[in-house]
Design a protein around this ligand. Structure first.
Ligand code: ZN
Length: 158
């Protein structure tokens, strides 16, 4: 496992135990290069989920594989300096991943995932929820505006 601090390829597992809800294994690792400690989680992936993102206004939507790390990052950012443990973030993201994998749809709209994250954060920490919602809503509104603007342009061409 590559060290997130110095990019060294080798690390030693110092401790390994199941998470609280027993759906993943939590490992404490130490980098053999710089000695930094970090945590990894091993978990089950039921199947690959594709995320559908709105593309350029008037263009085709883009598809990319569900990237758990991206969700984890934005949730961690929203929870920064809040009394939310890494385990709770892990459980929130795992819950979303599990939901997506069991939905039965091969594709999920990115908007739907955003709503799931907001719902999870709402129950976790109100400040983190507001942080995430303000960033996320701004983004959706900006995109909505682009869609609106492009529809106006299309009409203008006729
Ligand atoms: Zn390192």
């Amino acid at each position: 496992m590559r060290c997130p601090f110095c990019a060294h390829e080798e690390s030693q597992v110092k401790d390994s135990r199941p998470s609280e809800d027993n759906t993943s294994i939590r490992r404490r690792r130490q980098c053999e290069g710089c000695g930094a400690r970090f945590t990894t989680f091993e978990r089950i992936q039921l199947r690959e989920v594709m995320v559908l993102k709105a593309g350029e206004p008037g263009g085709e939507p883009r598809r990319e594989p569900f990237d758990r790390a991206k969700i984890e990052q934005s949730v961690a950012l929203a929870c920064r300096k809040r009394p939310v443990s890494p385990e709770r973030i892990e459980r929130l993201v795992s819950g979303i991943q599990r939901q997506l994998e069991t939905l039965g749809d091969a594709e999920v709209e990115s908007r739907q995932i955003g709503e799931m994250v907001m719902e999870g954060l709402r129950q976790l920490d109100s400040v983190a929820y507001i942080r995430f919602a303000s960033v996320y809503r701004d983004f959706t509104e900006a995109r909505d505006f682009e869609e609106f603007a492009s529809s106006v342009r299309e009409v203008g061409h006729k």
